[in-house]
Design a protein around this ligand. Structure first.
Ligand code: C5P
Length: 314
């Protein structure tokens, strides 16, 4: 129960503000299976939490309100359609408490970027409001509410590196040696719609122009057990990449530029348009980031490492 700090009275909740930090995710392997009858695709994925963070602060209030700063401010609706508001309502409904809180979101994860920013904010809200309201849910109860909010939300409560199955909501941790991997993250101008990327993949598959599906995660999981980034680089893959490239052809230039700058491998993150590049080490990552910035193939370049913890009170 690591998300609840010592001394927190879980029956009465926190009097002061509760601040939660939550990471972005990349998919080291995103194997997309057939479209299910419920509209989701069966996934075989390996999630990996990286050091780009959003921060959610929850304070006591007489109603439920949300304010924000940073990435997406002015674009993201702050009403009940927001995943933060939906998460707060879902937790309050489950626990039988009034959904009263003043929530403030500081965003560094881009909107609709393929980094699960919205899911991260939902995960952060569950952890923060659970502490603020003293609802004291178990990790499994939180994960259950998380799964109803979005396929990636349970992973963002866990963090680290984890296997995702089902529609992505069934998460189990990957046992790997304690190694850090270094990433260069190329953030594009504007987002891509996740449902549209899945639809495009279905269309490419129907037309017979999609690449062969990635399938099992065995090679990637074996690579994670070694410490060699070159071995990991050879096993990274994303079935949604062709769809993202079809919707945003300019991403091919971004991927080429990262590899030309010395990345061991580059791939589209999730449904894109963010591209991530694996570097040999932290110093190499900084050099690749500088070259990629100079190449002017994206809006912004950041350096990150992983795996990092999921949504945690700080
Ligand atoms: O679960 P979440 O709300 O994040 O999913 C957003 C959309 O992405 C879904 O409505 C669906 O169109 C697509 N999706 C999918 N298969 C998955 C996960 C998401 O087709 N396993």
């Amino acid at each position: 129960e690591a998300w609840r700090p010592d001394g927190e009275d879980e029956r009465r909740g926190a009097m002061g503000p509760v601040k939660v930090r939550v990471p972005a995710k990349v998919n080291l392997h995103l194997g997309v299976g057939p479209l299910r009858r419920d509209g989701y695709h069966e996934l075989n994925t390996v999630y990996h939490a990286i050091s780009i963070y959003d921060e959610l602060t929850a304070r006591r209030g007489d109603t439920l309100t949300l304010t924000m700063e940073g990435e997406g401010t002015g674009e993201l609706a702050l009403d009940d359609s927001n995943l933060v508001m939906r998460a707060a309502h879902a937790l309050a409904g489950y626990a039988g408490v009034l959904p009263h809180a003043r929530l403030h979101l500081r965003k560094q994860i881009p909107l609709a970027g393929g980094l699960a920013g919205g899911s991260a904010d939902a995960a952060a809200t569950l952890v923060a409001c659970d502490a603020l309201w003293g609802t004291g849910l178990t990790r499994d109860e939180l994960a259950g509410i998380a799964a109803d909010l979005g396929s990636d939300v349970p992973f963002l409560i866990h963090g680290g590196t984890a296997l995702g199955t089902g529609r992505g909501e069934a998460v189990s941790p990957v046992l790997a040696r304690p190694t850090s991997w270094y990433w260069v993250v190329a953030i594009a101008d504007g987002g891509l719609s996740t449902p549209a990327a899945y639809r495009e993949l279905d269309r490419l598959r129907e037309a017979g122009t999609a690449g062969p599906p990635l399938g099992a995660t065995d090679a990637l999981l074996a690579a994670l057990r070694q410490r060699d980034p070159r071995v990991l680089a050879a096993t990274l893959g994303n079935d949604l990449q062709d769809a993202a490239l079809a919707m945003r052809p300019a991403l091919a230039e971004t991927l080429k530029a990262g590899e030309a700058a010395g990345a061991l491998a580059g791939l589209v993150s999730g449904s894109g348009p963010t591209c991530v590049f694996l570097a040999e080490n932290g110093a190499r990552a900084e050099r690749i980031a500088a070259e990629l910035t100079a190449a002017e193939v994206c809006r912004e370049v950041r350096v990150a490492h992983g795996p990092v913890a999921g949504a945690r009170i700080v």
